[in-house]
Design a protein around this ligand. Structure first.
Ligand code: HAM
Length: 421
């Protein structure tokens, strides 16, 4: 019969790769808690309207990339393409907007986008993200950026740069938008077809088009930071002063505009070298209007998300090795059914004490059991058969080579745990 394969753009993660995923997830959780962020969990699917309203009707994510479906009652849903809109919705729905501010939340989620799969880009992918609500001060932007920087450092990712920009607020963006449209309209012949449309729907996106001719035009386009109002300019200055004070390197990159509509003021990306076209490992920014847009109070916010597969590529690029599977502290080799039962009893008690122990469950010969114990990397092997059970004593063999010539000692079986510490 023909076998069934996983959907294009999804992945199975098996050992030993899964240890890298676990390492990243546990490091992310540890760093998030060091910065005082609580975890939040939200549904994998949401009402479609959440993303069209939150992320933006004219964004690529909403227009082209969402996995949408109708349920049996005819309601329209979407698999989440990102986490920010869901977190904002959850905050409003659970009455948390009036909690003591700031509210600091983090998450590790799977997201779904119908994109063309390539290295670092898949249709189901995992994100680690943080969101901070209730502060319009640049200190909040600094907190999330420094959290991202801290995590990247802890993961051993060195050749990465922080790109920062401000895309202004509803006060100053209209005049910037007008200047941008005027510039590109004058040069419309050089724009790709997608950007000709973007010029009408979302002109800022022309600035981060990957098409060569658009990139060339974007070089001389008006820059957001030259059109910022006093408030946005002060905000940017305060953020960069904090980055400077803490020695966090960054470049002001006026082409960073981000692909989602909710951003205001600060936008940023961490871009890794040498991992291919999908080099944005982390993207984020401020989104002061989103909570209100979704029916909540005016609650300023900022955050970021990182793609786990891109972190893995960057770690590989940096030659980072992560701890793999633990080796058993003890393997019990048994001969005969009574010894097999005893082996299970000893292993059960050791595991209850938090010690990783193994014994034969396949019915291997003694020789094959020793070979298997070696393969698992077991540090010690206890060999038991009928006579050992009768005397209560057995040989404990050291497999690490740390004991030189003295590789075995006779021990009291009942006291085996003491020899493993
Ligand atoms: P985003 O830039 O769309 O922002 O995604 C954030 C990160 O998710 C990207 O930098 C990338 O590492 C990863 N990512 C995105 N799409 C894919 C894909 N198809 N395959 C693999 N990895 C991918 C957001 O999602 C915002 N919610 C970030 C944010 C949080 N802004 C404020 N708070």
């Amino acid at each position: 019969m023909e076998s069934i394969r996983k959907p294009r753009g999804t992945m199975d993660v098996l050992a030993p790769d899964v240890y890298t995923w676990q390492y990243i997830e546990s490091t992310a959780r540890r760093v998030a808690s060091k910065f005082g962020f609580d975890e939040i969990r939200t549904p994998t699917f949401e009402e479609l309207a959440l993303f069209s309203r939150g992320v933006g009707e004219c964004t690529d994510v909403v227009q082209k990339e969402m996995y949408t479906f109708e349920d049996k009652e005819g309601k329209l849903f979407a698999l989440r393409p990102e986490g920010t809109a869901s977190v904002a919705r959850a905050l409003i729905e659970n009455g948390k907007c009036s909690d003591t501010l700031p509210i600091k939340l983090s998450y590790i989620i799977n997201c779904f986008r119908y994109e063309k799969p390539q290295a670092g880009r898949s249709r189901e992918f995992e994100q680690f993200g943080v969101e901070m609500f209730g502060s319009s001060d640049a200190g909040a932007d600094f907190t999330v950026i420094s959290l991202a920087a801290s995590l990247l450092t802890e993961l051993g990712i060195g050749n990465i740069s922080l790109h920062v920009n401000s895309i202004g607020c509803p006060d100053c963006r209209p005049s910037y938008r007008a200047a941008l449209v005027e510039y590109f309209e004058k040069n419309a012949d050089g724009l790709c077809d997608t950007c000709k449309t973007r010029l009408k729907t979302n002109p800022l996106r022309v600035l981060d088009c990957k098409c060569e001719s658009c990139k060339k035009l974007a070089e001389n386009a008006p820059k957001t930071i030259d059109h910022l109002c006093e408030g946005c300019k002060n905000h940017m200055d305060k953020l960069t002063a904090m980055l400077d004070a803490c020695g966090l390197n960054y470049v002001i990159d006026t082409h960073i505009v981000r692909g989602l509509d909710y951003y205001t003021k600060t936008v940023f990306e961490f871009i890794a070298e040498g991992i291919g076209a999908q080099s944005t490992v982390c993207g984020g920014g401020r989104y002061d209007g989103l909570v209100k847009e979704l029916g909540g109070p005016a609650l300023p916010a900022c955050g970021f998300a990182m793609g786990i597969t891109r972190l893995i590529l960057a770690m590989e690029q940096n030659g980072v090795k992560v701890p793999g599977k633990n080796a058993p502290a003890l393997y019990i080799a048994s001969m005969g059914q009574t010894a097999q039962i005893k082996a299970q009893e000893i292993v059960w008690n050791l595991r209850k004490e938090g010690i990783y122990a193994e014994c034969d469950v396949v019915g291997r010969s003694l020789k094959a059991q020793m070979k298997y114990a070696d393969k698992t990397g077991a540090m010690k092997v206890l060999i038991i058969g009928d006579s050992e059970l009768e005397s209560g004593r057995a040989m404990l063999r050291d497999m690490t080579g740390a004991m030189g010539e003295n590789t075995q000692t006779e021990i009291e079986i009942a006291k085996v745990a003491e020899y493993l510490r």
